[in-house]
Design a protein around this ligand. Sequence first.
Ligand code: HEM
Length: 418
Amino acid sequence: MATIAPPPTDDDAIVAPATYADPDAYDRLFARLRAEDPVHWTEPADYRPFWSVTRFADIQEVERHAAQFLNAPRMMLRPVSVEEQVRKLTGGSALMLRDIVHMDGRDHMVHRKLTQAWFMPGRLKALEEDLRALARHFVGQMVERGGSCEFVDDVAVWYPLRVIMRILGVPAEDEARMLVLTRDIFGPDDPDIRKGPKPDLATTIKGFTDYFAELTEARRRDPSDDIATLLSTAEVDGQPIGTLELMSYYIIIATAGHDTTSSTIAGGLLALLQNSGEMARLRADPAILAAGGVDEMVRWVTPVKHFFRTAVEDYALRGKTIRAGDHLMMCYPSANRDADAFPDPFRFDLSRPPNRHLGFGYGPHLCLGQHLAKMEIRIFFEELLARVDAIELAGDPAWVASNFVSGLKRLPIAYKAR
Ligand code: HEM
């Protein structure tokens, strides 16, 4: 007789990739946690236990106290088997990489500073026309498809990838290789995204480091106006940046810079298609995008589903005692639906004032690329709506099964060129 699997416990559902492929299931589960046990001790099978922090104010509190809650050594959800694999490969360390997400305190500050100015609005302004040309190119390709497309695979994946690779200094012909590597390192196991088994972490990291070592050499010989040039000559305290830190820097910018933005573009478009009043307002006044509309898309989609912190000392959080050494999962999408922070949080409102969402995180690790991401998204929608009319859903949307960075995997649409 066939046995029926028991329903997953809340703790298993919190980590289950399937929860993230079903926005209603996510909302039901996390609305209950926010109401009943907002700082919830979580013991899922196959993972080390942690506190799930689900409310806006509590995540802000944790991130604000960066000296008490460290990024290292646990950055994200990984099954115990994968954590053991990492320790075996590194000879005991929990970390394969040493990028700014893994750093704390002064180390974090000095490494972040190396590129921070590059990502500020003043510096990014010089890229506006370049990005607009790219957005026009991808919208143009969409129009040439003749009235319908699979928006995620045909458009949303490629535009942010092209942008971040340009900024890094990776030529267009190497982008497909970068897409494979970035999906191998942090990407989902969703069979619709991944054809075949995931290579082990060491192989993927070697793929990246071989590539970026060559790029570094090329820029040292022949400098250009890109992040590779900046990193290849970067110094910390008068010494060249270490090889592990350098390679990790490339990898974090390459990986953080596109899945997040493409998920927001696709999810933002779906939200507009499902809220025709907001679409009409945006068409009538595209300035809404810069005035907060893009932030509402980021809040709505919240592509980064969590990051972790580790407590260095005992700390009382919403009546719970977090012990030194305990881990905390900051559940960003849940915080961005917290009714204490957002009136009517399940309403998509491009003019929501104020909109201090946690989609880009908070505190000293606040997303380095947030201004770039916002500019990219704004320009994309400006170009899309100027060129394409009467967009509608042409099938069911579907979401990636992943508990880390994820969004839509399918968004079939039909439209008319203007
Ligand atoms: C809509 C798009 C994006 C979203 C939603 C997003 C979200 C996030 C989040 C939640 C964090 C963690 C913040 C924290 O710990 O408080 C983060 C960090 C980071 N993001 Fe983004 N990101 C986006 C786009 C980008 C882009 C385009 C780049 C390109 C450079 C980028 C680079 C980074 C880096 C380097 C960090 C680590 C910062 C640090 O630890 O100091 N992100 N991002």
